[in-house]
Write a protein that binds this ligand. Structure first.
Ligand code: ADP
Ligand code: MG
Length: 324
């Protein structure tokens, strides 16, 4: 073997190592939490599968429609000692309810189940049953003793408005603990969670769905780790006698929110907060939403009104490009 050929060996080895160690893109689609999810990770091939397992465990524990979930057992009146993570999730939900003045309400299930939004058996509830259900959602029903939780009689939790945001956050914790994972783009239904910098150096490009049909209202360009969460009545609704009933309810009335907002997209470093807020701002309407943004200063938002008006908070002015 000549010298030239021998010299090629280390070069070839270096190239093989570079491709093996460099962040490769791995993608996996799965169905969890009642939605199609796409998990794309730059790093080890096994990571999307691990995240899928994590998501499926969360669904098993937190789903309100699975009779054996933690949430269903609490709703049935059982007293449960929760893990540190679930304890934290529920305490944070409690705080967010207070901070949003009840617009996000994690114990709204007696009301949401009347409308059938979690089961798909849609119906318009009668005035009387709504009033009865509202009576049990008016105040915080959580009784804690250390890590042990019991709900007030008749009270029921529904974490549907925050479970995907929290799931995104938990996936980020897992990715951070995994040195081979350099970046990720997790699409969890209407929730997007980004992680790290895209290896090709370009920003994350995230489409903001138009609430008025197919297509996009615009695109957000972001760098780094963010939760981007959209809530809108267009995502789930039913129609009866020509009236459209949407799945985000105003806890003050027990009826679909009619705040003038068609959709709200929240960008926040904290996934749980982003998800609770996207729901709460949709209930509050544009003016209250903007007042909350002024007061909190830890999130940005794209607000789209029923007449198509788009309002951006100032932190997104350079990040958002409207479609067409
Ligand atoms: P999606 O899960 O469709 O992306 P959201 O995050 O806004 O949308 O959550 C909506 C779900 O949360 C509803 O299907 C219902 O189960 C529950 N929900 C509806 N209104 C409220 C509310 N005001 N506060 C808390 N949960 C709500
Ligand atoms: Mg939400």
């Amino acid at each position: 073997m000549g010298f030239k050929r021998l010299a090629l060996i280390p070069v070839l080895l270096f190239c093989v190592l570079l491709t093996a160690c460099g962040p490769r893109e791995h993608s996996r689609q799965c169905f969890a939490m009642d939605t199609v999810m796409t998990l794309t990770v730059w790093g080890d091939e096994s990571i999307p599968g691990e995240l899928q397992k994590l998501l499926q465990n969360m669904e098993n524990d937190l789903s309100v429609t699975r009779p054996d979930s933690l949430v269903s057992r609490l709703n049935a009146g059982q007293e449960l000692t929760l893990s540190r993570e679930y304890g934290e999730l529920l305490r944070r939900a409690q705080v967010l309810e207070e901070e949003t003045g009840g617009a996000f309400c994690p114990w709204l299930y007696p009301v949401t189940k009347l409308w059938g939004f979690t089961t798909g058996q849609y119906r318009v509830p009668g005035e009387r049953e709504l009033e009865t259900a509202l009576a049990s959602t008016g105040q915080d029903p959580m009784h804690w003793e250390g890590d042990t939780l019991r709900l007030e009689k008749g009270a029921e939790l529904d974490l549907g408005a925050i479970v995907k945001g929290w799931a995104g956050e938990q996936c980020v914790s897992r990715l951070k603990a995994c040195p081979e994972a350099v970046a990720a783009l997790l699409s969890l239904g209407g929730n997007i969670q980004t992680y790290g910098e895209k290896p090709d150096g370009s920003p994350w490009r995230i489409g903001v769905q138009s609430p008025f049909g197919e297509g996009l209202a615009g695109t957000l360009e972001l760098r780094g780790t963010w939760a981007v969460v959209t809530s809108g009545g267009y995502e789930r609704y039913f129609e009866e006698n020509g009236v459209r009933y949407t799945h985000i309810l105003d806890p003050a009335t027990g009826r679909p929110a009619q705040s003038g907002l068609a959709s709200v997209t929240v960008v926040c470093a904290d996934g749980l907060r982003a998800d609770a807020l996207s729901t709460a701002l949709l209930v509050m309407g544009r003016e209250k939403a903007m007042a909350l943004w002024e007061a909190w200063g830890d999130f940005e938002a794209v607000l789209i009104e029923m007449d198509g008006t788009v309002t951006l908070t100032s932190g997104l002015e350079n990040a958002f490009s409207p479609a067409g």
